[in-house]
Design a binder for this molecule. Sequence first.
Ligand code: SF4
Length: 370
Amino acid sequence: MSVVRGWCPSAHRPMTSGDGLLVRVKPRLGWFTTEQVLRLCDLAVTFGNGFIDLTSRGNFQLRGVSEEGHAELLSELVEQGFVEADPEREARRTLVIGSGLVYEPRTVDLAERIEGGATRYPLLPPKVAVAVNLGRVLNEGVAGDFRLESSLEGLILRADGAELGRPVTLDKAVDALVELMEWFLATGGAESGRMRKHLERVALPDVWQQVRPKATQGVPVPAKIVMGVLVGVPFGATDAAGLRSLLQASEATHVGLTPWRLLRLAGAGDFDVPGFLTEPDPLQNVAACPGAPACAQGQVATREVAWALAGRVGSLHVSGCAKGCARQAASDVTLVGRDGRFDLVRNGRVGDTPEKSGLTGAEVLELLTA
Ligand code: SF4
């Protein structure tokens, strides 16, 4: 198994991290049954180190899988219906669902159509995603290059980075998606890698820029919701034992994965399980990737600093290296690991020019909490 850097890890092409391979498992239409999650917990323990990430694309990621065990894990995942047997087909499953905190038939209908149309999609750069974000107001923090969103006039398809989108009907949404994907590739999108970056150098035709999406309302927080409970997973990091306890205590029937490191527990009652948040908490505003030593590319440890700064600096992103896996959006404070020290970016994202560089963890704490 080769090490593939710069790719989102998948079940077929896992990325190597400091603790082994990362094997990504994507829910169908954003949901797993409780039974499926329990089976994934078993697989995480049998083939990995039991740690499970909830990614910013609303997927689970099993950590610490060995090179030798990967083939057997993959065949279990395929057999149990979690992963497509065909790697290209699996690679086309890029849906990120940012709406549907209450039962939202239009979101389900659209998501089914998008997943159903996947065989028609051209093969896109590995990080490209399709996002669905519908509702009276739109949720923030839903990453996606091809964005199906609500506008005041109905459904639109918007290229990420453009302010306006093109009106589409539900019936024609997949056709429009294919058309925009083909435009992206025909104009050099494969070299750009992402739509937002692509639009910095290529003009999007006017036909794709007609209608503004609805306003956004911020990122959801842990709370009781109509269908159950929205529960926070600090840093998106948990393990098989924690998830099992959560499911048992909450009596949830289904588990929805979201882009905000929140789990939707359908049918859940009251519960209190260590390691999970059921109320708004400053930790929800903090993104921190595993960093060093868990990730082989990590230049610094991330989570100690993140715990220490949670609730003290506004929104915070601590990134183990310049790749910025944990958050693409801007934060009030972004710390980026480089050669064992931190670069500090204010009101920006990984990749923006740092205000200060080469800070130790102690210097960061002193500077930001003085
Ligand atoms: S951002 Fe974090 S998780 Fe991503 S490669 Fe760098 S250290 Fe690893």
